[in-house]
Design a binder for this molecule. Sequence first.
Ligand code: MF3
Ligand code: CO
Length: 249
Amino acid sequence: MAIILKAQEEIEKMRISGIALRKVHDTLAPNVVAGASTMDLEEIAVAKIAQLGGTAAFKGYHGYPFALCTSINDEVVHGMPNKKRILKDGDVLSIDCGVVIDGFYSDAAVTYAIGKPEPKIQKLLDVTKASLEAAIEQCQVGGRLFDISAAVQEMCEAEGFGVVREFVGHGIGRSMHEDPQVPNFGPRGKGLRLKAGMVLAIEPMINAGAPEVKVLADGWTAVTVDKSYSAHFEHTVAITKDGPLVLTR
Ligand code: MF3
Ligand code: CO
């Protein structure tokens, strides 16, 4: 597979998709409260995506049945909405969502704390989010792919957090997953040269403890092996001659 560069008009369309996805996340945010179930959030997302004239990107993807991935505490990614999973104070919840508008995908994730988390967990969320911003800063024409990866790895490992290896970011466009893969670890100064028109979904998945993960018997839910909590933030980012353009901001 080759990397598909996007023309200006295509990036404009992807921006429309990204803005719609941001509206979905903004609609969900005030509903991420103790007492809500993750299925409540799924229903809100499904209604909002329909209202925006979009399609849920994850639903049907390799048989995945929902619009959202809702991953609680030691769940890293691909947790499934469930009416029996009720949020409570001290939980952390990552919500990952993708939409398709006019043929173009966008993909973004946010991790929330419910109530007041332990200081170490709040730090996990803050550092993971900051590592995504540091990675976005590396999205410069002429830079290298693993500059993005190293930005995440260096910041998170400096805090003693575990960088997940088994799941990675990705190119995105008329498909949810395009080349290149965008790992959250790698050697600075190496990897392919970044070009204007590349669009990447950058998504650090960071554990409070060790990096190892395993997938549960449902075939989807990835959890930390040591049961430490995990955080996930994601943006869809276009590389332009004027620098990074965050389409899902
Ligand atoms: N953000 C994830 C990804 O890029 C979400 C995919 S979930 C799936 O791969 F259910 F659609 F697989
Ligand atoms: Co993604």
